[in-house]
Write a protein that binds this ligand. Structure first.
Ligand SMILES: Cc1ncc(COP(=O)(O)O)c(C=O)c1O
Length: 416
Protein backbone atom coordinates (compact mmCIF):
# COMPACT_ATOMS: atom_id res chain seq x y z
CA UNK A 1 0.00 0.00 0.00
CA UNK A 2 1.19 3.56 -0.64
CA UNK A 3 0.62 6.77 1.24
CA UNK A 4 -2.34 8.68 -0.12
CA UNK A 5 -0.19 11.74 -0.80
CA UNK A 6 2.48 9.87 -2.84
CA UNK A 7 0.48 10.06 -6.06
CA UNK A 8 -0.42 13.69 -5.45
CA UNK A 9 3.19 14.66 -4.94
CA UNK A 10 4.41 12.61 -7.94
CA UNK A 11 1.70 13.71 -10.36
CA UNK A 12 0.56 17.30 -10.05
CA UNK A 13 -2.05 16.97 -12.79
CA UNK A 14 -2.15 18.27 -16.38
CA UNK A 15 -2.06 21.93 -15.38
CA UNK A 16 -0.35 21.61 -12.01
CA UNK A 17 2.78 20.20 -13.66
CA UNK A 18 3.42 23.64 -15.17
CA UNK A 19 3.07 25.41 -11.81
CA UNK A 20 6.72 26.08 -11.15
CA UNK A 21 7.14 28.06 -14.38
CA UNK A 22 3.58 29.34 -14.79
CA UNK A 23 2.36 30.39 -11.37
CA UNK A 24 2.00 34.10 -10.74
CA UNK A 25 2.33 34.88 -14.44
CA UNK A 26 0.24 32.59 -16.63
CA UNK A 27 -1.88 31.18 -13.83
CA UNK A 28 -2.87 32.98 -10.64
CA UNK A 29 -1.70 36.34 -12.10
CA UNK A 30 -2.44 39.41 -9.98
CA UNK A 31 -4.23 42.15 -11.90
CA UNK A 32 -4.22 45.37 -9.91
CA UNK A 33 -6.13 48.63 -9.91
CA UNK A 34 -9.81 49.32 -10.51
CA UNK A 35 -11.53 46.73 -12.72
CA UNK A 36 -11.56 48.30 -16.18
CA UNK A 37 -10.19 48.14 -19.73
CA UNK A 38 -6.71 49.07 -18.49
CA UNK A 39 -5.26 47.60 -15.31
CA UNK A 40 -1.80 46.94 -13.93
CA UNK A 41 0.08 43.66 -14.19
CA UNK A 42 3.41 43.45 -12.38
CA UNK A 43 3.59 47.23 -12.33
CA UNK A 44 2.91 47.63 -16.08
CA UNK A 45 -0.20 49.13 -17.68
CA UNK A 46 -2.01 46.51 -19.73
CA UNK A 47 -5.16 46.45 -21.83
CA UNK A 48 -7.22 43.89 -19.97
CA UNK A 49 -9.09 41.35 -22.10
CA UNK A 50 -9.63 38.79 -19.38
CA UNK A 51 -12.31 39.99 -16.98
CA UNK A 52 -15.94 39.02 -17.51
CA UNK A 53 -17.29 42.41 -16.50
CA UNK A 54 -19.23 42.49 -19.79
CA UNK A 55 -21.36 45.54 -19.10
CA UNK A 56 -18.62 47.44 -17.30
CA UNK A 57 -20.63 47.63 -14.07
CA UNK A 58 -17.91 46.50 -11.65
CA UNK A 59 -16.29 49.86 -11.16
CA UNK A 60 -19.13 52.33 -11.73
CA UNK A 61 -19.34 54.79 -8.80
CA UNK A 62 -23.10 54.23 -8.24
CA UNK A 63 -22.55 50.45 -8.12
CA UNK A 64 -19.68 50.73 -5.66
CA UNK A 65 -21.75 53.15 -3.55
CA UNK A 66 -24.65 50.65 -3.43
CA UNK A 67 -22.25 47.90 -2.30
CA UNK A 68 -20.71 50.23 0.29
CA UNK A 69 -24.11 51.33 1.60
CA UNK A 70 -25.19 47.68 1.99
CA UNK A 71 -21.93 46.95 3.81
CA UNK A 72 -22.44 49.94 6.13
CA UNK A 73 -26.02 48.94 6.91
CA UNK A 74 -25.72 45.16 7.13
CA UNK A 75 -22.01 44.30 7.41
CA UNK A 76 -20.74 41.30 5.49
CA UNK A 77 -22.60 38.67 7.52
CA UNK A 78 -26.30 39.50 7.39
CA UNK A 79 -28.41 37.42 7.13
CA UNK A 80 -26.92 34.63 9.23
CA UNK A 81 -27.92 31.03 8.59
CA UNK A 82 -29.23 29.07 5.65
CA UNK A 83 -32.26 30.41 3.76
CA UNK A 84 -34.56 27.71 5.20
CA UNK A 85 -33.54 28.37 8.79
CA UNK A 86 -32.83 32.03 9.43
CA UNK A 87 -31.22 33.48 6.29
CA UNK A 88 -34.26 34.64 4.33
CA UNK A 89 -35.15 38.33 3.76
CA UNK A 90 -37.53 40.50 1.77
CA UNK A 91 -34.62 41.54 -0.45
CA UNK A 92 -33.77 37.93 -1.33
CA UNK A 93 -37.39 37.49 -2.30
CA UNK A 94 -37.50 40.75 -4.27
CA UNK A 95 -34.37 39.80 -6.20
CA UNK A 96 -35.84 36.39 -7.02
CA UNK A 97 -39.05 37.98 -8.27
CA UNK A 98 -37.18 40.47 -10.43
CA UNK A 99 -34.92 37.75 -11.86
CA UNK A 100 -37.93 35.57 -12.65
CA UNK A 101 -39.57 38.47 -14.44
CA UNK A 102 -36.41 39.44 -16.32
CA UNK A 103 -35.65 35.87 -17.42
CA UNK A 104 -39.29 35.44 -18.49
CA UNK A 105 -40.11 32.62 -16.08
CA UNK A 106 -42.72 32.19 -13.35
CA UNK A 107 -40.28 31.92 -10.46
CA UNK A 108 -36.60 32.04 -9.56
CA UNK A 109 -34.36 30.85 -6.75
CA UNK A 110 -31.10 32.45 -5.63
CA UNK A 111 -27.87 30.48 -5.42
CA UNK A 112 -24.80 31.48 -3.43
CA UNK A 113 -22.43 30.41 -6.19
CA UNK A 114 -23.17 29.34 -9.72
CA UNK A 115 -20.83 26.35 -9.58
CA UNK A 116 -22.29 24.62 -6.55
CA UNK A 117 -25.79 25.81 -7.38
CA UNK A 118 -26.02 24.19 -10.78
CA UNK A 119 -24.40 21.01 -9.44
CA UNK A 120 -27.17 20.78 -6.87
CA UNK A 121 -29.80 21.61 -9.46
CA UNK A 122 -28.70 18.67 -11.61
CA UNK A 123 -28.58 16.46 -8.53
CA UNK A 124 -32.09 17.51 -7.49
CA UNK A 125 -33.68 17.30 -10.93
CA UNK A 126 -32.88 13.64 -11.60
CA UNK A 127 -33.37 10.36 -9.76
CA UNK A 128 -31.48 7.14 -10.50
CA UNK A 129 -33.99 6.03 -13.16
CA UNK A 130 -33.61 9.25 -15.13
CA UNK A 131 -31.06 9.79 -17.87
CA UNK A 132 -28.92 12.86 -18.48
CA UNK A 133 -27.83 13.76 -22.02
CA UNK A 134 -25.34 16.64 -22.12
CA UNK A 135 -23.02 18.46 -24.50
CA UNK A 136 -19.49 17.12 -24.15
CA UNK A 137 -18.05 20.66 -23.94
CA UNK A 138 -20.17 21.70 -20.96
CA UNK A 139 -18.49 23.65 -18.15
CA UNK A 140 -16.82 21.77 -15.29
CA UNK A 141 -19.71 22.60 -12.94
CA UNK A 142 -22.10 20.67 -15.18
CA UNK A 143 -19.71 17.72 -15.45
CA UNK A 144 -19.43 17.71 -11.66
CA UNK A 145 -23.22 17.93 -11.33
CA UNK A 146 -23.59 14.96 -13.66
CA UNK A 147 -21.06 13.06 -11.51
CA UNK A 148 -23.56 13.23 -8.66
CA UNK A 149 -26.16 11.41 -10.76
CA UNK A 150 -26.62 7.77 -9.75
CA UNK A 151 -28.16 6.75 -13.08
CA UNK A 152 -27.12 6.70 -16.73
CA UNK A 153 -25.67 9.65 -18.59
CA UNK A 154 -24.76 10.13 -22.25
CA UNK A 155 -22.74 12.90 -23.86
CA UNK A 156 -23.44 14.25 -27.31
CA UNK A 157 -20.77 15.76 -29.58
CA UNK A 158 -20.41 19.47 -29.09
CA UNK A 159 -23.35 21.34 -30.64
CA UNK A 160 -24.00 18.34 -32.90
CA UNK A 161 -27.73 17.84 -33.21
CA UNK A 162 -27.39 14.52 -35.05
CA UNK A 163 -25.32 13.19 -32.17
CA UNK A 164 -27.87 14.55 -29.67
CA UNK A 165 -30.65 12.82 -31.59
CA UNK A 166 -28.79 9.48 -31.54
CA UNK A 167 -28.25 9.79 -27.81
CA UNK A 168 -31.85 10.77 -27.23
CA UNK A 169 -32.90 7.57 -29.01
CA UNK A 170 -30.68 5.52 -26.66
CA UNK A 171 -31.86 7.49 -23.66
CA UNK A 172 -35.52 7.13 -24.60
CA UNK A 173 -35.24 3.31 -24.85
CA UNK A 174 -33.62 3.17 -21.45
CA UNK A 175 -36.05 5.64 -19.89
CA UNK A 176 -38.96 3.57 -21.15
CA UNK A 177 -37.49 0.41 -19.58
CA UNK A 178 -36.81 2.16 -16.29
CA UNK A 179 -39.84 4.42 -16.23
CA UNK A 180 -37.51 7.41 -15.96
CA UNK A 181 -37.30 10.80 -17.63
CA UNK A 182 -34.61 12.61 -19.63
CA UNK A 183 -32.72 15.80 -18.78
CA UNK A 184 -30.80 17.48 -21.63
CA UNK A 185 -28.13 20.01 -20.61
CA UNK A 186 -26.49 22.61 -22.82
CA UNK A 187 -25.02 26.06 -22.41
CA UNK A 188 -26.37 29.33 -23.76
CA UNK A 189 -22.81 30.30 -24.68
CA UNK A 190 -19.82 27.98 -24.43
CA UNK A 191 -17.40 30.11 -22.49
CA UNK A 192 -14.10 29.04 -24.06
CA UNK A 193 -15.01 29.13 -27.75
CA UNK A 194 -17.91 31.58 -27.64
CA UNK A 195 -20.34 29.47 -29.64
CA UNK A 196 -23.95 29.72 -28.62
CA UNK A 197 -25.53 26.39 -27.81
CA UNK A 198 -27.88 25.30 -30.60
CA UNK A 199 -30.86 25.81 -28.34
CA UNK A 200 -33.35 26.37 -31.13
CA UNK A 201 -32.46 23.05 -32.74
CA UNK A 202 -32.41 21.27 -29.39
CA UNK A 203 -35.87 22.58 -28.58
CA UNK A 204 -37.10 21.40 -32.02
CA UNK A 205 -36.29 17.85 -30.89
CA UNK A 206 -38.97 18.16 -28.21
CA UNK A 207 -41.44 17.41 -31.01
CA UNK A 208 -39.86 13.98 -31.40
CA UNK A 209 -38.57 13.16 -27.90
CA UNK A 210 -39.81 13.66 -24.37
CA UNK A 211 -37.15 15.54 -22.40
CA UNK A 212 -36.61 18.60 -20.24
CA UNK A 213 -33.92 21.18 -21.02
CA UNK A 214 -31.55 22.84 -18.53
CA UNK A 215 -29.47 25.71 -19.93
CA UNK A 216 -26.41 27.28 -18.26
CA UNK A 217 -26.41 30.82 -19.65
CA UNK A 218 -23.53 32.25 -17.64
CA UNK A 219 -22.12 34.18 -20.62
CA UNK A 220 -25.42 34.88 -22.42
CA UNK A 221 -27.22 36.56 -19.51
CA UNK A 222 -26.96 40.34 -19.92
CA UNK A 223 -25.14 40.13 -23.24
CA UNK A 224 -27.54 38.42 -25.66
CA UNK A 225 -31.18 38.92 -26.61
CA UNK A 226 -33.16 42.09 -27.15
CA UNK A 227 -33.50 42.85 -23.44
CA UNK A 228 -30.31 41.06 -22.37
CA UNK A 229 -32.25 38.05 -21.08
CA UNK A 230 -29.75 35.76 -22.77
CA UNK A 231 -29.26 33.10 -25.42
CA UNK A 232 -32.83 31.78 -25.15
CA UNK A 233 -34.22 35.23 -25.88
CA UNK A 234 -31.67 35.72 -28.69
CA UNK A 235 -32.80 32.46 -30.32
CA UNK A 236 -36.50 33.06 -29.63
CA UNK A 237 -36.97 29.95 -27.47
CA UNK A 238 -36.73 31.19 -23.88
CA UNK A 239 -40.15 29.67 -23.12
CA UNK A 240 -38.90 26.22 -24.13
CA UNK A 241 -35.99 26.25 -21.69
CA UNK A 242 -37.40 24.30 -18.76
CA UNK A 243 -34.78 25.33 -16.23
CA UNK A 244 -32.72 28.46 -16.87
CA UNK A 245 -29.48 29.18 -14.99
CA UNK A 246 -27.23 32.23 -14.92
CA UNK A 247 -24.54 33.56 -12.61
CA UNK A 248 -23.97 37.08 -11.26
CA UNK A 249 -20.22 36.58 -11.72
CA UNK A 250 -20.14 37.95 -15.26
CA UNK A 251 -22.60 40.59 -16.57
CA UNK A 252 -23.77 41.43 -13.05
CA UNK A 253 -20.20 41.81 -11.76
CA UNK A 254 -20.84 40.21 -8.40
CA UNK A 255 -21.21 36.84 -6.74
CA UNK A 256 -24.25 34.60 -6.69
CA UNK A 257 -26.46 33.01 -9.32
CA UNK A 258 -30.04 31.94 -9.92
CA UNK A 259 -32.29 29.30 -11.41
CA UNK A 260 -35.61 30.17 -12.98
CA UNK A 261 -38.44 27.94 -14.16
CA UNK A 262 -42.15 27.23 -13.64
CA UNK A 263 -43.21 27.92 -10.06
CA UNK A 264 -43.85 24.25 -9.31
CA UNK A 265 -40.29 23.36 -10.29
CA UNK A 266 -38.72 26.22 -8.31
CA UNK A 267 -40.85 25.24 -5.29
CA UNK A 268 -39.38 21.74 -5.57
CA UNK A 269 -35.80 22.98 -6.03
CA UNK A 270 -36.13 25.30 -3.03
CA UNK A 271 -36.57 22.26 -0.78
CA UNK A 272 -34.11 19.96 -2.54
CA UNK A 273 -31.02 21.97 -3.55
CA UNK A 274 -28.55 20.55 -1.06
CA UNK A 275 -25.80 23.15 -1.57
CA UNK A 276 -28.30 25.90 -0.74
CA UNK A 277 -30.31 24.17 1.99
CA UNK A 278 -27.23 23.42 4.03
CA UNK A 279 -25.19 26.56 3.36
CA UNK A 280 -25.33 30.12 4.60
CA UNK A 281 -27.54 32.53 2.71
CA UNK A 282 -26.12 35.00 0.16
CA UNK A 283 -25.05 38.11 2.15
CA UNK A 284 -27.00 41.32 1.71
CA UNK A 285 -24.09 43.11 0.03
CA UNK A 286 -24.49 40.75 -2.91
CA UNK A 287 -28.28 40.71 -2.84
CA UNK A 288 -28.65 44.49 -2.78
CA UNK A 289 -25.72 44.78 -5.18
CA UNK A 290 -27.41 42.40 -7.63
CA UNK A 291 -30.70 44.33 -7.40
CA UNK A 292 -28.85 47.52 -8.31
CA UNK A 293 -26.98 45.89 -11.18
CA UNK A 294 -30.10 44.18 -12.53
CA UNK A 295 -31.89 47.52 -12.48
CA UNK A 296 -29.06 49.07 -14.51
CA UNK A 297 -29.03 46.17 -16.95
CA UNK A 298 -32.77 46.65 -17.50
CA UNK A 299 -32.82 50.42 -17.77
CA UNK A 300 -29.53 51.23 -19.51
CA UNK A 301 -29.47 49.41 -22.86
CA UNK A 302 -26.57 51.66 -23.86
CA UNK A 303 -24.27 49.44 -21.75
CA UNK A 304 -25.03 46.40 -23.91
CA UNK A 305 -24.85 48.52 -27.07
CA UNK A 306 -21.38 49.75 -26.13
CA UNK A 307 -20.30 46.19 -25.34
CA UNK A 308 -21.41 45.03 -28.78
CA UNK A 309 -19.73 47.97 -30.53
CA UNK A 310 -16.48 46.72 -29.02
CA UNK A 311 -17.24 43.04 -29.73
CA UNK A 312 -17.95 43.80 -33.38
CA UNK A 313 -14.89 46.01 -33.80
CA UNK A 314 -12.63 43.38 -32.25
CA UNK A 315 -14.09 40.33 -34.00
CA UNK A 316 -14.34 42.02 -37.43
CA UNK A 317 -10.82 43.43 -37.06
CA UNK A 318 -9.40 40.02 -36.20
CA UNK A 319 -11.17 38.37 -39.13
CA UNK A 320 -10.06 41.10 -41.55
CA UNK A 321 -6.49 40.51 -40.39
CA UNK A 322 -6.80 36.80 -41.20
CA UNK A 323 -7.12 35.44 -37.65
CA UNK A 324 -9.08 32.29 -36.95
CA UNK A 325 -11.74 33.16 -34.37
CA UNK A 326 -13.65 29.91 -34.84
CA UNK A 327 -17.43 30.00 -34.73
CA UNK A 328 -18.03 32.46 -31.96
CA UNK A 329 -21.54 33.91 -31.91
CA UNK A 330 -21.21 35.78 -28.62
CA UNK A 331 -18.91 38.31 -26.93
CA UNK A 332 -16.35 35.64 -26.07
CA UNK A 333 -13.59 36.06 -28.65
CA UNK A 334 -11.20 33.14 -29.17
CA UNK A 335 -8.12 33.47 -31.35
CA UNK A 336 -6.73 30.10 -32.45
CA UNK A 337 -3.02 29.70 -33.22
CA UNK A 338 -0.86 26.63 -33.71
CA UNK A 339 1.89 25.94 -31.22
CA UNK A 340 3.09 24.07 -28.19
CA UNK A 341 2.50 25.03 -24.56
CA UNK A 342 6.05 26.46 -24.18
CA UNK A 343 5.56 28.51 -27.37
CA UNK A 344 2.23 29.75 -26.01
CA UNK A 345 3.97 30.89 -22.84
CA UNK A 346 6.68 32.79 -24.73
CA UNK A 347 4.06 34.40 -26.95
CA UNK A 348 1.89 35.53 -24.05
CA UNK A 349 4.92 36.91 -22.26
CA UNK A 350 5.79 38.93 -25.36
CA UNK A 351 2.19 40.21 -25.57
CA UNK A 352 2.21 41.32 -21.94
CA UNK A 353 5.76 42.70 -21.68
CA UNK A 354 6.23 44.32 -25.06
CA UNK A 355 2.74 45.15 -26.25
CA UNK A 356 0.85 45.70 -22.96
CA UNK A 357 -1.92 43.25 -23.84
CA UNK A 358 -3.28 40.96 -21.14
CA UNK A 359 -5.52 38.12 -22.28
CA UNK A 360 -6.09 34.58 -21.06
CA UNK A 361 -4.27 31.67 -22.57
CA UNK A 362 -5.96 28.31 -22.92
CA UNK A 363 -4.05 25.17 -23.82
CA UNK A 364 -4.29 21.38 -23.66
CA UNK A 365 -6.17 19.64 -21.97
CA UNK A 366 -8.92 22.28 -22.27
CA UNK A 367 -8.38 22.34 -26.06
CA UNK A 368 -6.62 19.79 -28.31
CA UNK A 369 -2.80 19.41 -28.19
CA UNK A 370 -0.93 21.70 -30.61
CA UNK A 371 -3.50 24.50 -30.43
CA UNK A 372 -3.16 27.77 -28.55
CA UNK A 373 -6.32 29.65 -27.71
CA UNK A 374 -5.99 33.30 -26.74
CA UNK A 375 -9.31 34.25 -25.18
CA UNK A 376 -10.43 37.86 -25.28
CA UNK A 377 -13.40 39.19 -23.35
CA UNK A 378 -14.51 42.58 -24.65
CA UNK A 379 -16.50 44.76 -22.24
CA UNK A 380 -18.40 48.03 -22.33
CA UNK A 381 -15.36 49.76 -20.79
CA UNK A 382 -13.08 49.06 -23.75
CA UNK A 383 -12.42 51.69 -26.42
CA UNK A 384 -11.83 51.45 -30.15
CA UNK A 385 -8.25 52.56 -29.40
CA UNK A 386 -7.84 49.40 -27.25
CA UNK A 387 -9.08 47.33 -30.17
CA UNK A 388 -6.69 49.03 -32.61
CA UNK A 389 -3.65 48.49 -30.39
CA UNK A 390 -4.61 44.88 -29.85
CA UNK A 391 -4.99 44.15 -33.56
CA UNK A 392 -1.53 45.58 -34.26
CA UNK A 393 0.00 43.55 -31.43
CA UNK A 394 -1.70 40.33 -32.56
CA UNK A 395 -0.38 40.70 -36.10
CA UNK A 396 3.14 41.16 -34.73
CA UNK A 397 3.04 38.14 -32.43
CA UNK A 398 1.61 35.94 -35.18
CA UNK A 399 4.58 36.84 -37.39
CA UNK A 400 6.98 35.99 -34.58
CA UNK A 401 5.19 32.69 -33.86
CA UNK A 402 5.27 31.65 -37.50
CA UNK A 403 8.92 32.55 -37.93
CA UNK A 404 9.91 30.32 -34.99
CA UNK A 405 10.91 33.08 -32.53
CA UNK A 406 8.88 31.58 -29.68
CA UNK A 407 10.13 28.08 -30.43
CA UNK A 408 13.69 29.30 -29.93
CA UNK A 409 12.83 31.33 -26.84
CA UNK A 410 11.05 28.39 -25.22
CA UNK A 411 13.45 25.60 -26.22
CA UNK A 412 14.54 24.94 -22.65
CA UNK A 413 11.10 25.15 -21.01
CA UNK A 414 9.90 21.84 -19.55
CA UNK A 415 7.06 20.83 -17.24
CA UNK A 416 7.85 19.36 -13.80
C1 LIG B 1 -20.58 28.41 -18.00
C2 LIG B 1 -20.39 28.65 -16.52
N1 LIG B 1 -21.22 28.08 -15.65
C3 LIG B 1 -21.08 28.26 -14.32
C4 LIG B 1 -20.07 29.02 -13.80
C5 LIG B 1 -19.90 29.13 -12.32
O1 LIG B 1 -20.46 30.31 -11.82
P1 LIG B 1 -19.91 30.99 -10.49
O2 LIG B 1 -18.66 31.71 -10.82
O3 LIG B 1 -21.06 31.88 -10.09
O4 LIG B 1 -19.69 29.90 -9.47
C6 LIG B 1 -19.20 29.65 -14.68
C7 LIG B 1 -18.15 30.52 -14.09
O5 LIG B 1 -17.14 30.79 -14.49
C8 LIG B 1 -19.35 29.45 -16.08
O6 LIG B 1 -18.51 30.02 -16.95
Amino acid sequence: MRDLFDRIIENKGPLGKWASIAEGYFVFPKLEGPISNRMKFQGKDVITWSVNDYLGLANLPEVIEEDAEAARTYGAAYPMGARMMSGHTDYHEQLQNELADFSQKEAAYLLNFGYQGIMSAIDALVSKDDIIVYDVDCHACIIDGVRLHMGKRFTFKHNDIESLEKNLERATKLAEQQNGGILVISEGVFGMRGEQGKLKEIVELKKKFNFRLLVDDAHGFGTLGKTGAGAGEEQGIQDDIDVYFATFAKSLAGIGAFLSADKEIIDYLKYNLRSQMFAKSLPMIYVKGALKRLHMLRTQPELKNKLWENVNALQNGLKENGFDIGNTSSCVTPVYLNGTIPEAMALVKDLRENYGIFCSIVVYPVIPKGLILLRLIPTATHTLQDVEETLVAFSKIRERLESGVYKRLSASVKAD
